[in-house]
Design a protein around this ligand. Structure first.
Ligand code: FAD
Length: 561
């Protein structure tokens, strides 16, 4: 079955008696119990095959497919998406290491439905991976692991766990190695599960931890090279960060469906709530946030194939910006829903509070917004186009963002730890010039102002010297501005790449593009006078039959409230 049929299947599972029936998922949330039925349905459908690259027998050929699938699941229930999708995150480091490691073994087990956890964090180390104290020491031809990883999603339920361990007591960038541990192949008592942690959101997920007590693992558990663990993790995180933002898109889909229903049925002061100009403008702003998030997420998924050498920048921007956009979207929708955003028992609206709770985790795990922004800030001096123009490494973004473009094969070996340029934002000037004669009314002036803002940012970055320490607050602010500029460039490239859509749905008259550019300019502190009209238009469009689906590419996620 293809990704196209998946949404229909999830829709069927959501009917009474199905594994995704909302009352069943709500009951799991309230009881803090694992949504096993839904995960089993996903296994039965064959979702794990999309976590395994085709070269190892799976169906993972395009990252955008994993996006579509996880987005569809998250649009029903974030806990299920987090619980199931974690296997992709746990396994990705093994694929990223290239041939020669335990990939065949892992592929076989993932295809059979075994879950894989991703064990990076330690109680006393948090985001500081270099501070990790879980140790691996040589034991004959194999290794012995001692220490804790916590908190870790699926640490208890997962049969496998990818573990970053200190292999050189002195630590440092070459002092860590990565291991794929098959818990069933360890001696009794040498691997202990830490208790499930009660959580604010995704309450049914297995958020626990794992402790290794002199656990012996064979030599083939080593993933990559001795001392190469940190570099491998940093490269893998680029793939997982790009992928996990699909969870945000799903949360956005779900909440927009709820607000659409609300605006369709709520009457106040003798008229529909949707007649209030403010309600339409706020809704339009929420829609624009979703569409901009999709434009960035899709660009990032394609970038993983086409410009992997730049993915350190693209993934940092994506992981910092997309969850933030959707979190802001949820805030706007929550305000509009009023009491119904808070009351969990009102039919049709009770699910909103859960979405809001669940979504908060996306900006925390796999590198927080700050961690990603900080990584971007540290790279800024390298990214100034004035400093070092990026030689086009292949096709420009507006070519490889064509919906019908066949992306280059995923090649993790082309990932780099530090990008030396950014061809997406670096290409903004050329793209605006190329589009200028052929832009819908109103969007050309928004694009011109984006270009001005980018030139201003470029000049500010010129004042930042390269530093090895933590970025200053000023550099963090610049990184945030960089994210907005990047998002605007991605939206323009997506627009230029897909003229076949220009007369349809959200694309008509440049509606979504204008909304995204207005949002970007606002993020940059520019207040375009046309913003209200642009958001009003998007808000009105949400209430038409076409508003049934807020999306730019692919097929509907099909999510009832
Ligand atoms: C529900 C849940 C599931 C999780 N699942 C997993 C999992 O499966 N595997 C796993 O390994 N971990 C997992 N984690 C851990 C998660 O990735 C950590 O929260 C993360 O590693 C950060 O650690 P910390 O929260 O202790 O924050 P800290 O690292 O202690 O950070 C504290 C604050 O400082 C900020 N900060 C940290 N570094 C920087 C920096 N360089 N620049 C600027 N600001 C910075 C952070 O954003 C945060 O606000 C999970 C956590 C939760 C809550």
């Amino acid at each position: 079955m293809s990704t196209l049929e998946f949404a229909g299947e999830v829709e069927r599972w959501s009917r009474p008696g199905g594994a995704f029936e909302p009352t069943l998922l709500t009951a799991h949330d309230e009881a803090e119990s694992f949504p096993a039925e839904a995960c089993a349905a996903l296994d039965g459908w064959g979702l794990p095959a999309y976590y395994v690259p085709t070269r190892y027998g799976g169906r993972l050929a395009r990252l955008e497919d994993v996006h579509t699938l996880l987005r569809t699941v998250a649009a029903r229930d974030m806990t299920v998406a987090v619980a199931h999708g974690k296997t992709f995150l746990g396994a990705a480091s093994v694929w990223a290491a290239g041939d020669g490691g335990p990939m065949s073994l892992l592929a076989r087990h993932v295809l059979a439905g075994e879950a894989v956890a991703w064990g990076l964090t330690e109680p006393d180390a948090g985001s500081d991976l270099l501070a990790g104290t879980l140790t691996a020491t040589r034991n004959g031809s194999g290794w012995r692991l001692s220490g804790r990883k916590w908190p870790v999603n699926n640490a208890t339920r997962g049969r496998f766990v990818s573990v970053l361990a200190r292999t050189d007591p002195a630590g440092g960038p070459r002092g860590f190695s990565l291991f794929l541990v098959d818990k069933r192949a360890t001696a009794p008592g040498s691997v202990r599960h830490l208790p499930k942690m009660p959580t604010h959101g995704i309450r049914g997920a297995d958020i626990s931890g794992i402790e290794f007590v002199d656990a012996r693992v064979p030599s083939h558990s080593l993933v990559g090279t001795v001392g190469g663990g940190l570099e491998l993790v940093l490269k893998t995180l680029q793939l997982t960060r790009v992928t996990c933002v699909a969870l945000s898109l799903g949360a956005g889909d779900h909440s927009l469906r709820i607000i659409r229903n609300f605006l369709g049925e709520r009457r106040l002061h003798g008229r529909p709530l949707s007649d209030l100009p403010h309600a339409r403008a706020v809704t339009g702003r929420a829609v624009a946030r979703q569409l901009l998030a999709e434009a960035v997420a899709f660009t990032a998924a394609r970038a993983a194939h086409e410009i992997p050498q730049e993915l350190s920048v693209v993934s940092a921007v994506t992981k910092a910006l997309v969850p933030t956009l959707v979190q802001g979207q949820l805030r706007l929708i929550g305000e509009l829903l009023g009491a119904r955003s808070f009351l969990t028992g009102v039919e049709g609206y009770g699910g909103f509070a859960k979405i809001e709770r669940d979504h908060q985790i996306v900006s925390v795990f796999d590198g927080s917004t700050w961690v990603n922004r900080s990584a971007l800030a540290a790279t800024l001096p390298l990214l100034r186009p004035g400093r070092r123009p990026v030689a086009p490494a292949g096709l420009p973004a507006h070519e490889w963002l064509r919906e019908d473009h066949e992306p280059a094969a995923l090649d993790p070996l082309r990932l780099g730890v530090l990008a030396r340029g950014d061809s997406i934002l670096g290409g903004l000037g050329g793209l605006v010039a190329r589009l200028s004669a052929d832009m819908p009314d109103g969007t050309a002036s928004l694009a011109a102002r984006l270009l001005d803002a980018y030139a201003d940012l470029d000049a500010r970055i010129a004042g930042v010297g390269a530093t090895t320490g933590s970025p200053t607050t000023a550099a963090m602010r610049m990184a945030e501005r960089y994210e907005w500029c990047f998002a605007g460039a991605a939206a323009l490239a997506l627009w230029a790449a897909n003229p076949q859509h220009h007369d349809h749905g959200w694309w008509r008259d440049g509606g979504w593009l204008a909304g995204c550019l207005a949002l970007v300019l606002e993020g940059l502190g520019v207040r375009p006078p046309e913003a209200s009209a642009v958001f009003n238009r998007l808000g009105s469009l949400l209430l038409t039959p076409e508003g049934d689906r807020v999306g730019l590419l692919g097929r509907p996620a099909g999510v009832p409230a």
